[in-house]
Unconditional design. Structure first.
Length: 335
């Protein structure tokens, strides 16, 4: 098949993923999610690295096979360079570099957070620029202004916990297993979001903070449990609905402010928390009210996946942004 074919590899956290993109169209997106971390209540870096080593070859083989593209037809191999768990990133980047060397083709070193944003172009290649992207995951919370696939600017971000972390840590206080975000979402649908009121942060500008909410929930639960040791069990749905409402309100308040400050009314979403039903419905309502054009990608492209790395790699290839042999993984990396 003629054109530009790129294999992309994502291994920044607990998903081993590979994707093939051909002339800007995703042909495969294979994701292996590591389940082992559930029993520890969070991602254990050592386990993550070892499982990436075990799964990377079958995942890449499956992605190649589903794409119908032969290894010899590839024009480049992309890998997630930063940010993420360093041991996990090293597995993907080293695999990519070794395979690229054996095929005598270049590599592309991709920024994970930029890729989350550009995932919006997979299903909507004609999304109008500029747009604002709210990226909400377990590790990050950002508002990104996207002027083109090459011009991305973080205009607001969390100064402490990420939104997903706020969900997961709140769920842990309620005795729910990790990752608790989807469980809060589940129980919230049968609860009253206005029943309990938790502190909202007073942070200047477009930055977010979630640590105050967490402390407010903790003190509230401690006080109530002293009076009634069944308080959580008896009020689980209302607690989940109220926690979810608080987190969603914090996100939407800042997004509205970003729209006001930039004048940009096209809004996109990225990251695993975009699965949250409360966030989706509040955003949809707000978009109707404010006449925003809203785009929410399919869940497969919101959580960690290699298709988003492939999409970012497609643009990097067109711009000839090839990585040098000396480039490798970075745990941190801003853009
Ligand atoms: O983007 P992601 O898959 O991984 C990274 O963190 O990069 O996001 C995972 C986060 C977790 O914190 C998880 O609890 C949260 O997304 N999450 C949700 C929901 N689904 C996933 N949080 C709230 N409601 C959900 N339905
Ligand atoms: Zn991510």
């Amino acid at each position: 098949m003629s054109g530009v074919h790129i294999l992309a590899i994502e291994s920044s956290c607990d998903e081993t993923s590979a994707s093939v993109i051909s002339n800007g169209r995703i042909l495969s997106n294979v994701i292996y999610t590591q389940k082992i971390h559930e029993q520890y209540g969070g991602v254990v870096p050592e386990h993550a690295s070892r499982l990436h080593i075990r799964h990377i070859l079958p995942v890449v083989q499956e992605a190649m096979s589903q794409s119908g593209i032969a290894l010899e037809e590839l024009n480049a191999i992309a890998y997630t360079q930063a940010p993420g768990l360093i041991g996990a990133l090293i597995v993907g980047s080293t695999f990519a570099k070794g395979l690229a060397w054996s095929l005598n083709i270049p590599t592309l070193a991709i920024h994970h957070m930029k890729a989350h944003v550009l995932a919006n172009l997979i299903e909507k290649p004609d999304i109008p620029f500029p747009f604002l992207c709210l990226t909400v995951s377990g590790g990050h919370t950002q508002i990104v202004q996207v002027d083109s696939p090459y011009e991305l600017k973080v205009i607001g971000e969390t100064i402490d916990d990420a939104a997903g972390e706020a969900f997961d840590k709140s769920a842990k206080m309620l005795g729910l297993p990790y990752p608790g975000g989807p469980l809060i979402d589940h129980h919230a649908s049968n609860g009253n979001p206005k029943r309990f009121v938790f502190a909202k942060p007073q942070i200047e500008g477009l930055n977010f903070s979630f640590s105050g909410v967490k402390t407010s929930i903790l003190y509230f639960l401690q006080a109530e449990l002293k009076k009634d040791d069944q308080f959580i069990t008896n009020n689980l749905n209302d607690l989940c609905a109220s926690i979810q409402y608080t987190i969603v309100q914090i996100l939407i308040t800042k997004l509205k402010r970003a729209v006001k400050e930039t004048g940009i009314q096209t809004i996109a979403l990225a990251g695993g928390v975009s699965a949250n039903k409360g966030l989706r419905s509040s955003l949809t309502q707000e978009a109707q009210k404010q006449h925003w054009q809203l785009h929410i990608p399919s869940f497969e492209y919101c959580t960690d996946n290699a298709a988003m790395i492939a999409m970012a790699a497609h643009y990097a290839y067109l711009n000839e942004e090839f990585a040098g042999d000396e480039q490798s993984a970075n745990a941190r990396g801003s853009f």
